[in-house]
Design a protein around this ligand. Structure first.
Ligand code: GCW
Length: 729
């Protein structure tokens, strides 16, 4: 075919292509910031009538970021240009800026005069809150988006764009919002060689080798995505830290990242290695009471703030899983944390000291150790120290009761650490929406100060009126084109950010928001898929670790089932946790066992103490019970175990059906990807079920009820499966 002929053929094809497919692939890169044309005609008309022009007042990097976002978003959503103008001349002007620029409190501008009630509305919004509200300026109808700082304007604009994307009513509405938690941080477990510990979405985003000179455009998109959900901090390197991050060379690289993040309200934090004064500083000790060591950290902090003036602070994993720490010198966690806090304090930085510590020698139930270690230190931390506590007492399992430290250290601000990356929940292969897991923990009642003392209240500081508050999410982001590997894993990043901003949001509404923004506003799509998301975590619990079982995964990489894992360090094995024997199964954490129960408030203990009344979800976490134990369902424990494992598989099969049924309502690319991943998930759900049931059957010596069909695999074959190259390890 000659060139001209090819061209003609293409010309004929082009209109047809336009009708059937978007001009670019839906590869997931745009996340929830797609800004496609509003497809509800009535809404489109409404939005077009209230947003015709925009004024962004002020010349700061943050406001430039706002302009850049609006310049892409509004024409995309409204299908027409929305020019930036200098003055209000017609109805439908968006006015964006910091309150004093907009309302003439500064000398520079008195353009819009006083708006009644505005001072009051803004007074409770703090530094980051925003207000969106209709105003009349010189007789014209406008909408203002403002806050006490530019960042308020930024968050307000993202909120507005969210409303438009989700096709919610906008005309005439007033909304104000401020974050409940101050430090809303992603924790990247990213290594300097770009591998990511427990990362399943490719390599690290941070190209340390080419930094600081090459700035990957993706850094900015990362910052946009975070700002859009209110995340305001990123700890960029693994908590199993490489001390090189603190060298001059790497600080300059980090500073380049911080420069990209800053306009989006994101501070850079860093994980540090406690022994850094020795390894990169040439000192002979890292003892936190040693004057030379203290001086070294002081100087290091000065150096950091010299290049990153808004540096957030240090995240520290010390005396845990082989990491160095103050206990190497017979000093306490408080002495270690306070030394760093002192170095950071003059610059406004904080220390996020992790409570994920447990002894190498396994003297007591691992679930008890953090509490034992930290509660005696309550009240001895400097006031720029936060203690960062994982949601549960073991390690991000599919289900854990809330960590007993929440509510037990009233004088210390406790940060929540959630894991967004699905280390124990099927990596980036399984569709597991974590909004429900996060909420379950936040809503748990610690009873620390009577009923209603929720974990959420501990973490947002409201229970004890703490000055500092924070939440960390272990990131699931990598270089995969769609950022998170599984298209639905984006929802977990999103849900984390939304809950860190406002822990009163429901998992349901967050899922709906995300679906509307990420996929479609069609209710016949949203409704079934939202239901699928909301049930997905329970499905995973059922096919992996039902009834309070935990830590049954394969050794090391944690991929797939390994209930038989034994030998070596006890608390890294499965048998240590499930304790199956001829009698029964489960970890006795009551007074007759490890008595971990005793670390909770009496009201909580009462909920968990009796195997006959405890919710079945936590049964085997706290109790060792007989195989014939009578469950509330009327089944025996063994039957219940069989039932739940099979239910988990069925739930995944139902997810597959749900997804098939929305085929016509999703773009082909993401439809196929999710469909394939669900197929893997179903296969792996069966793998988990078969492995666990066949293995536990060697103790229970009972039949798997016939209704579940014959098990077609052999335990010995399942036990031989190895995954030497499983990612993230
Ligand atoms: O969940 C476990 C992981 C480790 C991790 C550790 C921690 C960063 O298996 O990979 O190390 O927790 O949280 O420190």
């Amino acid at each position: 075919m000659k060139k001209s002929q090819t061209f003609k053929v293409l010309l004929c094809l082009f209109p047809a292509l336009l009708l059937t497919a978007p001009l670019f692939a839906e590869d997931g890169y745009r996340l929830w910031l797609r800004y496609d044309l509003v497809d509800d005609p009535a809404r489109l008309e409404e939005y077009r009538s209230v947003i015709r022009e925009a004024i962004v007042l002020g010349e700061t990097d943050t406001l430039d970021a706002v302009r850049a976002e609006l310049a892409v978003a509004l024409p995309g959503l409204l299908g027409q240009s929305v020019p930036f103008v200098q003055d209000v001349v017609q109805n439908g002007t968006l006015l964006i800026g910091k309150r004093d620029t907009l309302f003439g409190i500064s000398e520079r501008d008195t353009l819009f005069g006083e708006v009644p009630g505005i001072e009051q509305a803004l007074s409770g919004l703090g530094e980051e809150g925003f207000l969106i509200r209709p105003v009349t300026v010189r007789g014209t109808e406008c909408v203002i988006v403002t806050g006490n700082s530019d960042r308020g304007g930024l968050y307000g604009v993202f909120h507005l764009l969210r409303l438009l994307q989700a096709q919610q009513p906008f005309k005439g509405i007033t909304i104000s919002s401020r974050p409940r938690i101050q430090r809303r941080v992603l924790n990247h477990w990213d290594n300097l060689d770009r591998t990511v510990e427990r990362g399943y979405a490719g390599f690290s985003l941070w190209d340390w080798h080419k930094l600081p000179d090459y700035i990957d455009p993706r850094y900015r998109d990362y910052a946009r995505a975070n700002a859009s959900i209110g995340i305001n901090g990123a700890s960029v390197n693994n908590v199993n830290a490489n001390p090189l991050s603190l060298t001059r060379e790497y600080l300059i690289k980090s500073a380049a990242l911080a420069n990209v993040f800053r306009p989006y309200g994101i501070r850079l934090y860093m994980s540090i290695k406690f022994s850094a004064p020795m390894t990169i500083g040439g000192l002979e000790t890292a003892d936190p009471l040693d004057p030379g060591v203290r001086h070294w950290w002081k100087k290091k902090a000065e150096e950091i703030y010299g290049v990153i003036p808004d540096f957030g602070g240090f995240l520290v994993k010390a005396n845990s899983e082989g990491q160095p720490g103050p206990q190497d010198y017979n000093r306490s966690h408080a002495e270690g944390a306070n030394m760093l806090a002192e170095a950071l304090a003059p610059h406004g930085g904080v220390v996020m000291w992790r409570a994920f510590v447990y002894d190498n020698n396994v003297p007591v139930d691992r679930a008890k150790q953090a509490y034992n270690e930290f509660t005696p230190l309550d009240g001895s931390f400097l006031d720029n120290v936060l203690i960062q506590v994982k949601n549960g007492p073991i390690d991000f399992q599919p289900r854990e009761p809330f960590h007993p430290l929440f509510g037990a250290m009233p004088q210390t601000p406790l940060m929540m650490e959630f894991q967004i990356t699905q280390e124990y929940l099927g990596f980036a292969t399984h569709l597991v929406y974590l909004g429900t897991l996060f909420k379950e923990c936040l809503e748990s009642d610690t009873f620390a100060k009577g009923p209603g003392s929720t974990v959420a209240g501990v973490v947002d500081g409201s229970l004890e009126n703490h000055r500092l508050s924070g939440m960390a999410g272990v990131s699931n982001i990598g270089t995969d084109r769609n950022w998170t590997g599984h298209p639905f894993a984006q929802a977990n990043w999103f849900a984390y950010g939304r809950l860190a901003w406002d822990n009163s949001l429901g998992a349901e509404e967050i899922a709906e928001e995300w679906l509307r923004m990420t996929f479609s506003n069609d209710v016949s799509f949203i409704q079934p898929v939202q239901t699928m998301m909301l049930g997905s975590r329970e499905a995973a619990v059922n096919y992996m670790t039902p009834l309070g079982l935990h830590h049954l995964m394969a050794r090391g990489h944690h991929y797939g089932p390994g209930p038989w894992v034994s030998g070596g360090r006890a608390d890294w094995t499965s048998v240590y946790y499930h304790r199956a024997d001829e009698e029964g199964i489960g970890f006795d954490r009551t007074a007759s066992g490890s008595d971990a129960l005793e670390q909770y408030a009496p009201e909580v203990r009462a909920q968990f103490a009796d195997p006959r009344t405890i919710s079945p979800e936590h049964l085997l976490w706290f109790h060792h019970v007989d195989w014939d134990f009578a469950m509330q369902s009327g089944r025996t424990l063994w039957e219940e175990l069989c039932y739940r494992y099979n239910l988990g598989v069925k739930q995944v099969q139902q997810m597959q059906k749900t997804w098939e049924a929305v085929a016509g309502l999703v773009d082909g690319e993401r439809f196929q990807q999710v469909k394939s991943l669900l197929r893997i998930q179903e296969k792996e759900a069966r793998w988990w079920r078969d492995a666990c049931l066949l293995y536990f059957q060697t103790f229970s010596k009972r039949e798997i009820p016939a209704e579940y069909g014959p098990v077609k695999v052999k335990l010995e074959d399942l036990m031989k499966i190895e995954h030497p190259f499983a990612p993230g390890h």
